[in-house]
Design a protein around this ligand. Structure first.
Ligand code: GLU
Length: 388
């Protein structure tokens, strides 16, 4: 059968592909150090699993509203009010099958053919692909280590055209780990409001920040920007619930309603009993989030020290998420070649920066144990030394 043209316009997710390859190699008995997919190595906290189990036992096994369990929508709205100072109600929230699905629903709901979406590079690899699948055009704005891989207000301003619909802001960032300061966020909000465009604020790494860095939601900076922001967030990273597939969007009611319509014809509701785990995640103790954050902080320190001690590699210190994004240009290799050879020769799995729009970098996730980090860094060091 002739496939739809849209399939050839996008490539399969390389983060998922490399993670799957590393897992398959491990299953074959190969000693792989995987720093590939951004997935916390911790199990989901016990109280969250218990709440889902209880819901399952109580027969929460039926269809629910496509928009999400009312109790979970309430709990998310409450979280956004308490943690982020955002005046949302349950009707401003849709529960989705993960952060990725949130963004996909949103793109389908708002993008019309030819609409432009501004995406600072390095970007999370699925953003441009989603824009393409929705019929829009990605306007990629390159940033560099000199600005901490952050888009400046001037760059944003310059990229705006009459066709601009959305600007995607992701702080803390995947893949760089950089966190925009409150002042930087304020300056970007001003440009968004003046240009009368909308901003998608991907806040999935909100809880994973270090050294006193502050994650500020752009929507909290006044009514005008609040009305022009759609927040995407989820449970995967903060609560180690990657496989549960539960995310959400929050924003103006008309936009949220449109995403509910789309979702009602695609996936319907998110797994009903799983949503009760998410309710427990929000309503019960947040100590587990802090414990995991502290573990990530130690791992970041170790991996960063080891990386920057390797002659030829350099990596700025990120304030958030669980990724390092070193520059590999001194090795003379482009990112794909680097990653293929590293996996082949040293059995270390990392993601080529080209997937994120930065071919002189690689992305390493340190959401893994210290012993794997030590071993992987020994191997990486050997690999880089053999190249320069
Ligand atoms: N968001 C994670 C990552 O960037 C998970 C993989 C994916 O969804 O692409 O590694």
């Amino acid at each position: 059968m002739k496939l739809a043209a849209r399939v050839s316009q996008v490539t399969p997710s390389i983060t998922l592909a490399i993670a799957a390859k590393a897992k398959a190699m491990k299953a074959e008995g190969i000693d792989v150090c995987s720093f590939s997919a951004g997935e916390p190595d911790f199990d989901t906290p016990v109280h969250i699993k218990a709440a889902a189990k209880k819901a399952l036992q109580e027969g929460k096994t039926k269809y629910g509203p496509a928009s999400g369990e009312p109790k979970l929508r309430e709990a998310i709205a409450k979280k956004l009010r308490t943690d982020n100072g955002l005046d949302y109600k349950a009707e401003n929230v849709i529960v989705t099958n993960g952060g990725k699905h949130s963004l996909f629903n949103l793109m389908l709901a708002v993008i019309e053919p030819g609409d432009e979406v501004i995406i600072p590079a390095p970007y999370w690899l699925s953003y441009p692909e989603m824009v393409t699948l929705a019929g829009g055009i990605s306007v990629i704005v390159p940033t560099s280590a000199s600005t901490g891989y952050k888009i400046t207000p001037e760059q944003l301003q310059k990229a705006i055209t009459p066709k601009t619909k959305l600007f995607i802001l992701n702080s803390p960032s995947n893949p760089t780990g950089m966190v925009y300061t409150p002042e930087e966020i304020k300056a970007l909000a001003k440009v968004v409001v003046e240009a009368d465009i909308f901003v998608v604020s991907d806040e999935i790494y909100e809880k994973i920040v270090y050294d006193g860095a502050q994650q500020l939601s752009i929507a909290s900076l006044g009514e005008e920007i609040f009305n022009r922001t759609i927040i995407s967030n989820g449970f995967a990273k903060a609560y180690s619930m990657t496989g549960w597939r539960i995310g959400y969007l929050a924003g103006p009611v008309d936009i949220i309603k449109a995403t509910i319509t789309i979702q009602s014809h695609s996936t319907s509701n998110v797994c009903t009993f799983a949503q009760y785990g998410a309710i427990a995640a929000l309503e019960e103790s947040q100590e587990c989030v802090e414990q995991m954050r502290q573990a990530f902080a130690q791992r970041r320190q170790l991996m960063l020290e080891r990386l920057n001690a390797i002659p030829g590699l350099s990596c700025p210190k990120p304030d958030g998420a669980f990724y390092l994004f070193p520059d590999i240009s001194k090795t003379g290799l482009k990112s794909l070649e680097f990653c293929d050879a590293l996996l082949q020769e040293q059995q270390v799995a990392v993601i080529p920066g080209v997937a994120f729009g930065a071919d002189d970098n690689i992305r390493l996730s340190y959401a893994t144990d210290m012993a794997t980090i030590e071993k992987g860094m020994d191997r990486l060091e050997k690999f880089v030394k053999s190249r320069i």
